[in-house]
Design a protein around this ligand. Sequence first.
Ligand code: 5AD
Ligand code: SF4
Length: 444
Amino acid sequence: MKYYYILTYGCQMNVHESEKLAGILESQGYLCTENKEEADVVVFNTCAIRETAEQKIMGNIGEFKGLKKKKPNMIIAICGCMSQQKNYPEMLKAKFPFIDIIFGTHNISEFGSYLIKRLETGKKIIEISETENISNRDNMPKKRTSGINAWINIMYGCNNFCSYCIVPYVRGREVSRPKEEIICEIKKALSDGFKEITLLGQNVNSYGNDDREKFGTFAELLSDVDKIDGKFRIKFMTSHPKDLTDDVLDVIAKSNKIIHYLHLPIQSGSNNILKLMNRHYTKESYLNLIDRAKRIVPDAEFSSDIIVGFPGETEEDFSETLDVVKKVGYQQLFTYIYSKRKGTVAEKLENQVPIAIKKDRIKRLISLEQEMASKISDKYVGEIVEVLIEDVHPKKQGYVVGDTFFGKTVSIKGDASLVGSFKMVKITSSKLTTLSGEIVEEIC
Ligand code: 5AD
Ligand code: SF4
């Protein structure tokens, strides 16, 4: 028996790419293990979005030095956004001489051949390409590991160059995937029993911008996915507020499959900061978009990403962010402390915000988020809502967790046999961001 162990860091794109790496490994006869000591192949699928992520990964790689000494035949591979950065492969090689294979974000489909080459020749491999043939990327075997959810890539890369963000440098320019292939993969996932489809892209609203005639628009794609027969849910991530058009909102409003939960990262509520971030919208136009979304999809809930402590952010700028949070009433926020990234435009900006101020601001933001999210949770108490049971409860025995059509997690009494089913659930209580409920009726 040969075993593999994958450590995945960062976003959903990486989670799905690890499913592709697992697919390649299983096609070569490797089995998954949860025990790193048992592994014959270890893969670090890395993230570079913030310095803290990188520090954690470096620490984790370092821990394998001893293991590799005890088991010299163990193959250690590093891939993902960290390895794609300029000068990083050389730095990683020097810092961790026990690494066998380093490859970039555009080389995932080649991983199987790197592994064979390494085993046959004993030579270390470093392969970092600037682009990748999209059909190679999508035709890899996949071992789906995200429960009842199937991730489906609809596009790769990002053209936006937000001034703080490393993604366009490590993931390249936007490339859309043909609609027929996407639909085909979704139908296969549904026939395999998956109940939730998440369309993945760095900025899904730009789908088709690279060739409108060939690909059509995101709204058209979404509408065609919605028309696929069967009882299942549709999600998508991530959206850029500057690109979310009303035709997308219209498709969502009419659908009983696309969840009424919109993730619209604002990043900052201050127009000065938004300009420095290169976001191409203002606080006012963002709030206007939220108003339109609330009008077209009246029961929609919202979430957002916010960065605090971007260079030059004053207390006044930060209070504009708090103001947006109060006005929108987000169900959930993903909050981040600004992290300087090498090679980005913001790296050169002066007026870095001291860490103590950044920490104070994120604390205040989270406390406002919790206050707002609690109010939203409370409003569902007493209601009967449809829940898709996602998994057994991670902590509470005899309970399962599911999602409402509005992206809220509900904890319900039940066992693993319920996973993947839709139930009508009465919400009995709420605590911060999670709801508790009991099944009142079976749907299917
Ligand atoms: N520092 C902090 N947060 C960042 N993000 C992206 N780049 C940085 C950075 N340099 C956040 C943004 C993005 C989310 C995925 O990560 O909020 O939407
Ligand atoms: Fe980064 Fe902006 Fe692209 Fe999102 S849209 S991946 S934040 S550059």
